[in-house]
Design a protein around this ligand. Structure first.
Ligand code: IMP
Ligand code: MG
Length: 183
């Protein structure tokens, strides 16, 4: 048995992910080619693979930083409480900032981060998210670069986890229901 046996369906293929990420990078290249080098803030852990692929298609000078916030833990539902586990090392005052996120679901996480960053007075603040689940939104989030809209289902792979596993799946998929009920 491998992790692939737990997957019910592939929602977004490896090829479709790569094609869309290249297109997103192209959009970003137009926005950032003539400004001071922006800071890309990767939200750990889910966005690490998206960032790694995205950054290699960017042609403008930029820096990368990592921030970790608490999210679901082992559950598939948001607790609604956002905590910063790892904060930025860089002062973002006067900087162009792009938050790189895996998925916007209820919007609680990004709503919190955007409000937090805004108090630090960046020159601009935009959001690049691989996935967007608009049906589940509870809090407003201004998404600027969006890879794919996904239906209201728990998705995983390509950085996104279930109980910290399956992040290494090369595609975005959905688990078989019996996997959730095992423990
Ligand atoms: P939000 O605060 O509800 O928008 O949730 C954001 C975080 O929850 C994301 O950064 C993900 O880590 C996690 N998340 C939300 N939906 C999913 C999902 O369908 N699969 C895996 N993780 C998810
Ligand atoms: Mg997660």
């Amino acid at each position: 048995m491998t992790m692939f046996d737990d997957i019910a369906k592939v929602l977004i293929s490896e090829e479709d992910l790569q094609t869309r990420i290249k297109a997103l990078a192209k959009e970003m290249n137009q926005v950032y080619s003539d400004v001071e080098p922006p800071l890309l803030v990767c939200i750990l852990k889910g966005a690490f693979i998206f960032l790694a692929d995205l950054t290699r298609h960017l042609t403008f000078r930029h820096e990368v930083e990592f921030m970790e916030v608490s999210s679901y833990g082992k559950s598939t539902k948001s607790s609604g409480v956002v905590r910063i586990l790892l904060d930025l090392e860089t002062n973002i005052e006067g900087r162009h900032v792009v938050i790189v996120e895996d998925i916007v679901d209820s919007g609680r996480t990004l709503n919190y981060i955007v409000r937090n960053f805004s108090t630090r007075n960046p020159a601009s603040l935009r959001i690049a998210t691989l996935l967007n689940k608009p049906d589940r939104r509870e809090m407003e989030v201004p998404t600027d670069f969006v890879g794919f809209e996904v239906p209201d289902e728990f998705v995983l792979g390509y950085g996104l986890d279930y109980a910290e596993q399956y992040r290494n799946l090369p595609y975005i998929g959905i688990l078989k229901p019996e996997v959730y009920t095992k423990d």
